[in-house]
Design a protein around this ligand. Structure first.
Ligand SMILES: [Fe+2]
Ligand SMILES: [Fe+2]
Length: 192
């Protein structure tokens, strides 16, 4: 049976702090707007948006334990920054908890922390919405929102990903191997 936005919101509200829930609501709204601009199912976009951070507030040791239990590969970067596992762990939990959720929504949740090399339009939309929802303070977020609809989704996603990479480097953060693979894939596709 298909899950409704109200059911997904109720689940998110049980698991998230007020701040994380408000962020997820804004991501759902922005993903809905982007879906309209790029011809993607808006119901799926709203579901993925409200659910993408389901494990964002989960304690780090629990994230590592849940990742091991779900068979998610754990790299040295995941051990150093367990927060990055909140996407893959949420995807694994959702697949178990909500059988009616589409594989595309689950994939969008999974890939929102460190990308993926075969991202669907829905996954790209959720990634962009996550980094550019109106609560994000960076200048690059407002720029992404203003460019939505005037450039291709692939270009918007590439710009969002580039901004994230800049942020990681500027703040001397570790870069997950999957993030690097995603970036290389973006560049190779642009050159193809
Ligand atoms: Fe997240
Ligand atoms: Fe988020």
């Amino acid at each position: 049976m298909a899950v409704t936005y109200g059911q997904a919101h109720a689940l998110a509200s049980k698991r998230l702090s007020a701040g994380s829930l408000a962020h997820s609501e804004r991501v759902a709204e922005e993903a809905d707007r982007l879906a309209g601009l790029y011809g993607v199912d808006s119901s799926e976009a709203r579901l993925a948006g409200i659910l993408h951070d389901l494990c964002r507030d989960t304690p780090h040791d629990e994230l590592v334990g849940a990742a091991v239990a779900a068979g998610i590969p754990i790299t040295d970067v995941d051990r150093a920054v367990p927060y990055l596992l909140h996407g893959p762990v949420a995807a694994a939990e959702l697949a178990e908890m909500i059988p009616g959720l589409s594989p595309e929504v689950i994939e969008a949740v999974r890939s929102h922390t460190y990308g993926g090399t075969t991202l669907s339009p829905l996954a790209m939309i959720v990634y962009v919405a996550d980094v550019s929802e109106p609560g994000r303070p960076h200048e690059s977020s407002a720029l992404l929102r203003s460019r939505a609809g005037s450039v291709s989704l692939a270009e918007l996603f590439a710009s969002a990903y580039a901004a994230s990479m800049h942020h990681l480097i500027d703040n001397r953060r570790l870069i997950h191997p999957a993030t690097l693979s995603t970036w290389n894939d973006i560049v190779l596709r642009e050159r193809a």
